[in-house]
Structure formats: structure tokens, C-alpha cells
Design a binder for this molecule. Structure first.
Ligand code: NAP
Length: 320
């Protein structure tokens, strides 16, 4: 008899990878339990137009897409708990996850914890976070109506944020540390073509300036030229940091292998980690593609692999 205290599958994380794993696991009658984490829906919750998810020829807003993912997984019985997993113990099987002091056991774990925005590391990012400093144009762009803002970074995220911010801000300056963008050509062109966007090349933000009167706000930045080292102050109302992401893998460091950037490394081609019964999918294990559609694809793979592993377990159990 299966032990009812042990779940078949616990899914950690609720982005495209987690919900796709949940969809497949629930349609396979595995009755998955998902802990959605601190940002239910993941990174797409702070994305505006998603134009590259197949099936949406007119594009879709990130939060709307994640609502659909969730509805589809719940339709087949996924139990979604909007809580954060604090720690794990993979010394099993069964494996354990601790959530708000409560321990949950499962034969298989699917890790889909994704990645989150990186910060430059300036004191001003902490002091003025939410008061003029942000990593999410969708969330905070509205507050900069008619104002001047900078976006730090030269990748697709920076271009997307800059373009979006021109809906609200009067002028958007992209500050990039080199004289060449990392962003894809189409995103670059969109930014170059936008008359409200101006590029400040070979520059890095070394300080965020602000004051507390009448309330806490950003007043400017100190920029350093990366070629000749000269510094200058630039008055600005807001700073959007868009310099990439880091994987949410800290709680697994004791148990799983990861690369120097913290991305989980997998055992072979699929989603198996080095721990039996633990699978990883989506951005937490992918520093190369990091797309919603690739995350969803690997979420599907993780669920199929978990299902096959559980089937093999049952055969072993019934043979004993
Ligand atoms: P990214 O491609 O890694 O780019 C990060 C950018 O930030 C780079 O230009 C980098 O400069 C700069 N940077 C990094 N650390 C910095 C620091 N400490 N100070 C100043 N600048 C710093 O990250 P991303 O733009 O977030 O994109 C990640 C992935 O998601 C990419 O594969 C991208 O294509 C994808 N994405 C796609 C879309 C879309 O298609 N709609 C939207 C967003 C993201 P250097 O260039 O000098 O290294």
C-alpha cells in the first residue's frame, strides 16, 4: 500500500517550467503538490508583452499568460500552495521539503525555482529600492510619468525595459558599460528606433544619489566612463537595473551540483539531477536559453521522467 503521507511529486516553483510539470504530472494522475514560492508565476509576472510564446500571434501580457498556465494545471487537480520552501533534505528517498516549519515528504521532487533579477551591488539600490530604484519596469514604470529615467544594461531585458518605460517616462537613457549591445538585433533596433531612448555608452553607474525631502527619492547617479575613468553626475528621477538574473538555487547547494554561476547541473540529457528522484527544469538549470517556452519544455520533460521513475518504483514495490 502506498504511504499517503508521502506525496508522489512535489513541485517547487511556479513559472512556466513548474506549471508545465504540474500539468503533465496531474494529467498522469500523480496528484502533484506545488509550492509556488515568493513570486507565484515567476519572472513572467514582471514582464509586459510576451511576443514569442507560440500560440499567441498577437502577444500576451506575462501575468495573463501565467494565469492561464495556473488554470490549466489546476483544472487537472494540481494543488497549488502559495508558500515558499525554506529548505530541503534530499538524503532520502523519500525526499523532504520544509515550508514554514512544516515538513512534507515526496518520492520525487521537481525543482522549477527559476532565476531572479541581479543588482549592481550599490548601497543606493538598497536605500532607494522602491523609492526610485527598481528592477521591474512593468511594476514601477507608471510612477515615472513625464520623468527621466535610466536603464542599466545592454541585453534584451534592458531593451525591453527601456522600450516599455517610454510609455510613461519623458526620456529614457540606457547606460551600458561597453559600446556594443548584447541584446538581439530586433530588440536593439526597436530601441534605436525609439525617439525617446538615448544611449550612454562605455559607462557604469557607481553611485545612486538621492535625498529624503520631502520624501525619499532618487535625484541622480554618478557615472564612470569605462574607457577613460572620468566621472560625472547626471540628474535623474529613476534607475531601472536590468543586468541579468541569478538562479534561485541556494537551498539546494548542500545536495546538488551547480556551476560557478549557481545554475544546477544535470546528469545527462534530461532533467535528472545527481540525486535519485530529484529533477530540475526551467531557468534554475538553464543559463543558455532562459525562455518561457524552453522552460515549459523542460518542465514537461521533468514530469515525464518523474512519472517513469515512480512507475519503476511501483514495479519494484510490487515485486517485493
Ligand atoms: P543578459 O543577456 O545576460 O544581459 C545582461 C546585460 O547587463 C549585459 O549587457 C551586461 O553587460 C550587463 N551587465 C551585467 N552585469 C553588469 C553590471 N554589474 N553592471 C553593468 N552592466 C552589467 O541578461 P538579460 O538581458 O536579462 O537576458 C537574459 C536572457 O533572457 C537572454 O537570453 C535574453 O535573450 C532573454 N530575454 C529575452 C527577451 C525577449 O525576447 N522578449 C526579453 C528579456 C530577456 P555586457 O554585455 O558587457 O556583459
Amino acid at each position: 500500500m502506498p504511504d499517503p503521507a508521502i506525496e508522489n511529486v512535489i513541485i517547487i516553483g511556479s513559472g512556466p517550467a513548474g506549471f508545465t510539470a504540474a500539468l503533465y504530472a496531474s494529467r498522469a494522475n500523480l496528484n502533484p503538490l506545488m509550492f509556488s514560492g515568493n513570486v507565484p508565476g515567476g519572472q513572467l509576472m514582471i514582464t509586459t508583452d510576451v511576443e514569442n510564446y507560440p500560440g499567441f500571434p498577437d502577444g500576451i501580457q506575462g501575468p495573463a499568460l501565467m494565469k492561464l498556465f495556473r488554470e490549466q494545471a489546476e483544472r487537472f487537480g494540481t494543488r497549488v500552495v502559495d508558500k515558499h520552501v525554506d529548505s530541503v533534505d534530499f538524503s532520502g528517498p523519500p525526499h523532504r521539503v520544509v515550508v514554514g516549519g512544516e515538513e512534507h515528504m515526496a518520492h520525487t521532487i521537481i525543482i522549477a525555482t527559476g532565476a531572479e533579477a541581479k543588482w549592481i551591488g550599490l548601497e543606493g539600490e538598497v536605500t532607494y529600492g522602491g523609492y526610485g530604484v527598481s528592477a521591474c519596469a512593468t511594476c514601477d514604470g507608471f510612477f515615472f510619468r513625464g520623468k527621466q529615467v535610466i536603464v542599466v544594461g545592454g541585453g534584451d531585458t534592458a531593451m525591453e525595459e527601456a522600450n516599455f518605460l517610454t510609455r510613461h517616462a519623458e526620456r529614457v537613457f540606457v547606460v551600458h558599460r561597453r559600446d556594443e549591445l548584447r541584446a538581439s538585433k530586433i530588440m536593439q533596433q526597436r530601441a534605436f528606433d525609439n525617439p525617446k531612448i538615448e544611449f550612454i555608452w562605455n559607462s557604469e553607474v557607481i553611485e545612486i544619489l538621492g535625498n529624503n525631502v520631502p520624501s525619499k527619492h532618487v535625484t541622480g547617479v554618478r557615472l564612470r566612463n569605462t574607457v577613460d575613468g572620468t566621472e560625472r553626475e547626471m540628474p535623474i528621477d529613476g534607475v531601472f537595473v536590468a543586468i541579468g538574473h541569478k538562479p534561485n538555487s541556494e537551498i539546494f547547494s548542500e545536495w546538488l551540483d551547480m556551476d560557478e554561476l549557481g545554475y544546477l547541473t544535470l546528469a545527462g540529457k534530461g532533467t535528472k539531477t545527481r540525486v535519485t528522484g530529484v529533477f530540475a527544469c526551467g531557468d534554475v538549470a538553464d543559463h543558455v536559453y532562459r525562455q518561457a517556452v524552453t522552460a515549459a519544455g523542460t518542465g514537461c520533460m521533468a514530469a515525464i521522467e518523474a512519472e517513469r521513475y515512480l512507475e519503476a518504483l511501483e514495479h519494484v514495490a510490487s515485486a517485493v
